[in-house]
Design a protein around this ligand. Sequence first.
Ligand SMILES: Cc1cc2nc3c(=O)[nH]c(=O)nc-3n(C[C@H](O)[C@H](O)[C@H](O)COP(=O)(O)OP(=O)(O)OC[C@H]3O[C@@H](n4cnc5c(N)ncnc54)[C@H](O)[C@@H]3O)c2cc1C
Ligand code: FES
Length: 366
Amino acid sequence: MDFSLTPLLVVTGISVALALVIVIVEKLIIKAGPVTLKLNDAEPKEIEGGGSLLGALKDEGVLVPSACGGRGSCGMCKVKVFEGGGKILATEAPHLTEEERGENVRLSCQIKVRENLVVEVPTELLDIEEYEVLVTGAEPLNHDTMRVTLTFGEGVEFSFRAGQYVQLETPIYDGLPAPTQRAYSIASPPQEKSSIDLIIRRVKRGVATTFVHDLIEVDDELTLSGPYGDFYLRDTPAEAIFIAGGSGLAPFEAILADMAAHKNEKNVTLIFGAVNGDDLYDLDKMRGYEETIPNFRFVPALSSPREEERWEGEVGLVTDVAGRLFESMEGMEGYLCGGPGMIDACIEAMTERGIREEEIFYDKFS
Ligand SMILES: Cc1cc2nc3c(=O)[nH]c(=O)nc-3n(C[C@H](O)[C@H](O)[C@H](O)COP(=O)(O)OP(=O)(O)OC[C@H]3O[C@@H](n4cnc5c(N)ncnc54)[C@H](O)[C@@H]3O)c2cc1C
Ligand code: FES
């Protein structure tokens, strides 16, 4: 080894280390002050750095959907970031397709605002508003599911498409650090504009659902934003299968009420899946739609009915029940709502039976 090079290597090493420190400090601290945000076609605007892009957009009145409240698990807070977003993080990677990466799509909740940003959000998000609502009803539907009615302020008309969802903010309780935002599908008809119903199932130790099931009271004031989402009934002649699991019935309640209001003649079968009879609700209401919607069939199905229930309806997983009802699903549309496991299994079963993946629409309750 040539020892004359040693001091040079040491100096170079120290310089590289110092440069790294400077870059890190610059990234973490210095650029956490004011930065500019250029949003869609608007002029760049100075904003405070340091928080998440999701929060910065909210401060600018742009309410990007964030069903998991910014934890990087729902993948719904996507926006395009052309400058200033840094590298794609490991938390974002599973939610981004190759095509989305090519189009600079990022999860806004995962991006820290540290440098000047150039961002594009879908224009429809610019119309989404935040509302103060009053809890005017909180009624148990079964052992773990509740219907909550939220009424808008005087004179407010909340317009939405049947199948869409809102983001409900539940307040701080039990020492939580901040309010919590979660997505809930609207269960009431779009013809009703002064209030909405949500159907909320308890999740063990879930932050928002514990509030709703244990603490909510009539006359509570809450905040929500919306409407969000593109889960709605397509206006096509194709026959449709709806599959709902648990509180996944919520958007279908809105869609069916809307179909009844318009005497929609689309051929529709709704399979409502549950474990046993204790998990079902609103059966009479759903059966009633067989009388008021011209070509509608309702099929409740239990995967493990108890003997004493003497259940005479369909038995099995919703995928098996759908397979028994439709040997071929070619040319049909699928609409799915419920937990991720059910949705993934249904997509697989439906594509195997001939439904094209583009004709399957879903809201995953992740
Ligand atoms: C578009 C959309 C629409 C939705 N609509 C509805 C609706 O109409 N009704 C409804 O009840 N929910 C709906 N959800 C789910 C809802 O947004 C929440 O995720 C759910 O209520 C749990 O919130 P939490 O704060 O109580 O639980 P968290 O505090 O978020 O979760 C606590 C723990 O439970 C796990 N967990 C979260 N959700 C579930 C689940 N569903 N089953 C099992 N474990 C879970 C989490 O991984 C975590 O470990 C919807 C979700 C999306 C994305
Ligand atoms: S808010 Fe859920 S992933 Fe960003």
